[in-house]
Design a binder for this molecule. Structure first.
Ligand code: GDD
Ligand code: MN
Length: 358
């Protein structure tokens, strides 16, 4: 078998027959050997309709699950229960145009690893979503692309319509949480080439969307998990968290120096800051950049000195920004906050390139 169309369905009784018919039509002029595999969690008559079709049509198969476990796991189930060379996942409600299938298969045949029909490249459109849903969809995509580097080049990373070579997910443990199985694949699979093809996302044919607040929440948790699982994507948040923890170390030490040791305030402040820097260095070296390959070439004490120099510059940078903003009338604490944000980003980049890179 060359191609399996994996179609998750949940209460789509008025769509599945049309969909199958349109898929056959779209693929009629090609000589692709394909099957249509539904993974169904429906509680309406969808399974009976699938049963009927499967009995008459060799190309149709379905797998019905009682007490459905959601869209993402349905797709994974579909991947596991098929054996074709390529897989295309699409929705059952005709929002994804089957006419696009031949083009997708062409690309896969040409050796492209992942093919994603996109609403957001030149020629595509997002007609199927209206008002608030459009805004939420935009927000969801933006957060995903901000947090996860591998999603950045992909304009429609939250799509439910995509095709890929089976080999890219071979041996990969897919654990989607909620709906966005494509994101799971983009983050974990082994691929080199991704193509996006413009398409028009249409309004639903019949029935209604199952998107919910709960799914949106799941999506955020999913992104969060993927971020912490990714050595690259968790670096900045880790760096920021360690920086934040350093403030408390700094304050604690200073209190100790002054109230326990009776130290001079200026000396206590300088010492506390220096020791907080060392603390931050140690954590960043052990966690944030634990995989830095340059560690072998750059001794620890040089890394630590670089880190402390960068920290000192970043303190100066913060003050400089605060003063600059103060001169144009911005309140000092607000200015200081902006300064801290900017210098955190700056020092992250500087450390990435100098201390643990280069
Ligand atoms: N098996 C199974 N189990 N299928 C499900 C489940 C489930 O729990 N929930 C939904 N589905 C199926 C639906 O039957 C449909 O075929 C497909 O998954 C998408 O569900 P819709 O309810 O139609 O979602 P949507 O149109 O709001 O969202 C779609 O378009 C979005 C574009 O913004 C999905 O494809 C999203 O992933 C996509 O982001
Ligand atoms: Mn839909």
């Amino acid at each position: 078998m060359e191609l399996s169309l994996v179609i998750p369905s949940f209460n789509e009784k008025d769509n599945v027959q049309n969909l199958v018919q349109q898929i056959h039509q779209a693929l009629a002029d090609t000589n692709i050997d394909y099957e249509i595999f539904f993974v169904d969690d429906s509680t309406d008559e969808t399974p009976q309709r699938l049963e009927k079709m499967a009995a008459l049509d060799q190309r149709v198969r379905y797998y019905h699950r009682e007490n459905g476990k959601g869209l993402g796991t349905a797709v994974v189930e579909g991947i596991h229960q098929t054996e074709s060379e390529w897989i295309i996942v699409m929705d059952a409600d005709l929002q994804h145009p089957p006419e696009l299938l031949p083009t997708m298969v062409e690309r896969l045949k040409a050796g492209i690893d992942i093919v994603i029909p996109s609403r957001f490249v030149e020629g595509g459109s997002d007609g199927g979503l209206v008002g608030v849903r459009k805004l939420i969809s935009f927000g969801a995509r933006s957060i995903g692309r901000l947090l996860l580097k591998r999603l950045r080049p992909i304009s429609d990373c939250t799509s439910g319509f995509f095709g890929f070579k089976r080999t890219v997910v071979q041996g990969v443990k897919l654990q989607p949480l909620g709906w966005k199985i494509l994101i799971e694949i983009l983050m974990k699979a082994n691929y080199r080439t991704v193509h996006e093809i413009p398409y028009q996302f249409k309004a639903r044919d019949a029935g209604e969307s199952k998107m919910s607040i709960r799914e949106q929440w799941n999506y955020l948790i999913h992104l969060w998990k993927l971020m912490w699982q990714s050595e690259e994507d968790r670096r900045f948040p880790l760096f920021a968290m360690i920086g934040f923890s350093g403030v408390w170390v700094n304050l604690g030490l200073m209190a100790g120096f002054i109230y326990l040791l009776g130290m001079n305030h200026v000396l206590a402040s300088v010492l506390a800051s220096l020791m907080a820097m060392v603390n931050n260095y140690i954590w960043n070296d052990a966690l944030t950049w634990r995989d830095a390959k340059q560690k072998e070439h750059k001794p620890g004490w040089i890394r630590m000195l670089l880190f402390m120099a960068i920290s000192a510059v970043s303190v100066a940078l913060t003050t400089w920004i605060m003063r600059g903003l103060e001169m144009i009338g911005i309140q000092v604490l607000v200015g200081q906050t902006i300064g801290i944000l900017i210098s955190t980003i700056w020092s992250y980049q500087a450390n990435r390139h100098l201390t643990w890179g280069g």
